[in-house]
Design a protein around this ligand. Structure first.
Ligand code: OAD
Length: 261
């Protein structure tokens, strides 16, 4: 399909005239890197019950089980690479006066693709946090000889991710709401739009007059409400959008920004 059929003139015009862009991403953005989604055919929540693995109650009862589950997930993603969708979003960052990438993903792939203006709503699996003093560690620094690993203060460490029943980090959440409320254009990519409060961000942007575009191979509960819903894979649609809008030749690529190799 040609780019003219994928991207309407209105979409391109609105994007071109926007001062501020907010992007919301979910697990679908990392799917083409090989990271499993939650609710897809081979999704994690099809095989595992989140209530038995990702809650504070379970952690208090059985920290070994919870640490093993997160070590399993770290192993799933430790060797994967950012894909063209991550790179395209990183290319978009400096094209706007105001930009925020709000992600529900905890895999750190946006950062590895060079994105810097990020609000991680659900935390990051490559960090650990002390239950007693809140000190945050890079996961690499943590000694896994003892489970749960211990902080220098003696408290137990947990993965620095949001579990079911927990509040999202307040400051990051306000930043995300502010960005959704005030942006001219919002892109929602690779999320089932089922989990709150992230799912309400595109609707908040719509109510405040932003142009909202969804990119997802499947319809979601908000597909009918957004301005345009593009059925396609993030790793195919996003690079075409960035190229169509900002580059007339093929000469751009991942080397443009300071990215992890
Ligand atoms: P889901 O697994 O619920 O949804 C993934 C979405 O990505 C689906 O709508 C797919 O159709 C879409 N998708 C799949 N492949 C894609 C591709 N190549 N390009 C674009 N889209 C694609 O994941 P999330 O919406 O991220 O929370 O789930 C939200 C939250 O639910 C997660 O952050 C996690 C989970 O419980 C916590 O763990 C706190």
């Amino acid at each position: 399909m040609g780019d003219n059929q994928i991207f309407s003139d209105e979409l391109l015009h609105r994007l071109r005239s926007s001062r501020s862009l907010t992007v919301l991403t979910g697990a679908g953005v990392s799917a083409e890197s090989g990271v499993p989604t939650f609710r897809g055919k081979d999704g994690l929540w099809r095989k595992f019950n989140p209530q038995e693995l990702a809650t504070m109650d379970v952690f208090m009862r059985d920290p070994q089980l919870v640490w093993e589950w997160y070590e399993y997930r770290r192993r799933l993603i430790q060797d994967v690479q950012p894909n063209p969708a991550h790179y395209a979003l990183s290319d978009l960052e400096d094209k706007f006066d105001e930009f925020l990438l709000v992600t529900q993903n905890i895999d750190g792939l946006h950062q590895r693709a060079g994105s810097r203006k990020i609000a991680e709503l659900h935390g990051n699996i490559w960090r650990d946090r002390c239950l007693r003093c809140d000190r945050v560690y890079d996961h690499k620094e943590v000694d896994l000889g003892e489970i749960p690993p211990k902080c220098a203060c003696g408290g137990s460490l947990r993965p620095d991710v949001v579990w079911f029943g927990e509040a999202l980090p307040q400051e990051i959440l306000s930043q995300a709401f502010q960005a959704a409320q005030s942006c001219d254009f919002l892109l929602t990519v690779g999320t089932s739009a089922l989990v709150q409060p992230a799912a309400s961000l595109p609707l908040l942007a719509l109510r405040n007059g932003a142009f909202v575009v969804e990119i997802n191979p499947e319809p979601t509960p908000i597909s009918e409400r957004v301005n345009e819903s593009i059925r396609g894979k993030a790793g195919e649609v996003l690079p075409r959008l960035v190229k169509r809008q900002y580059f007339t030749t093929d000469d751009h690529g991942p080397a443009q920004k300071n990215r992890e190799q």
